[in-house]
Design a protein around this ligand. Structure first.
Ligand code: GDP
Length: 138
């Protein structure tokens, strides 16, 4: 059965003009775009989204970065979507990302790393609900 995951094309990738290329990688890998919207998010919205990282040393910088420009919020659908998107994204730090992954191709640094993907079923459910209303997902 199809599973849903949540993803973001982060502001660095949008700024560099990589949105179309990243969407192509996602579709080529078999994901359906259940929903997508462009949005500029506030620092407070970023803080709420990344609340699990609140104690991490990079939290403040991460939230600042996420509100530096528009990004694309997405809900992606396929079998095994959560794990498969994580694989397609590659390691958090692009220096450690495998060849062929989105972060290897498009990320600039450990922080400005082009794409977000939920890491588990419970976080996917929280993240989809944080950014999308039910009527946007039909
Ligand atoms: P992800 O699941 O691969 O996105 O990684 P995490 O959940 O660990 O971290 C969330 C986001 O925080 C990452 O995608 C990066 O944008 C940022 N981040 C993670 N680790 C670091 C770090 O050591 N330094 C900085 N500046 N940012 C980081």
């Amino acid at each position: 059965m199809a599973q849903r995951t949540f993803s973001i094309i982060k502001p660095d990738a949008v700024r560099k003009g990589y949105t179309g290329a990243i969407l192509a990688e996602i579709e080529k890998a078999g994901f359906k775009l259940a929903a997508i919207k462009k949005q500029a998010i506030s620092n407070d919205q970023a803080k709420g989204f990344y609340h699990v990282h609140a104690e991490r040393p990079f939290f403040k910088d991460l939230c600042t970065f996420m509100s530096t420009g528009p990004l694309f919020l997405m809900v992606l659908e396929k079998e095994n979507a959560i794990a498969d998107l994580r694989k397609l994204m590659g390691a958090t730090n692009p220096a450690n990302a495998e060849e062929g992954t989105i972060r290897k191709k498009f990320a600039g640094s450990i922080q400005e790393n082009a794409i977000h993907g939920s890491d588990a079923e419970d976080t996917a459910a929280f993240e989809i609900g944080y950014w999308f209303a039910g009527y946007e997902l039909i």
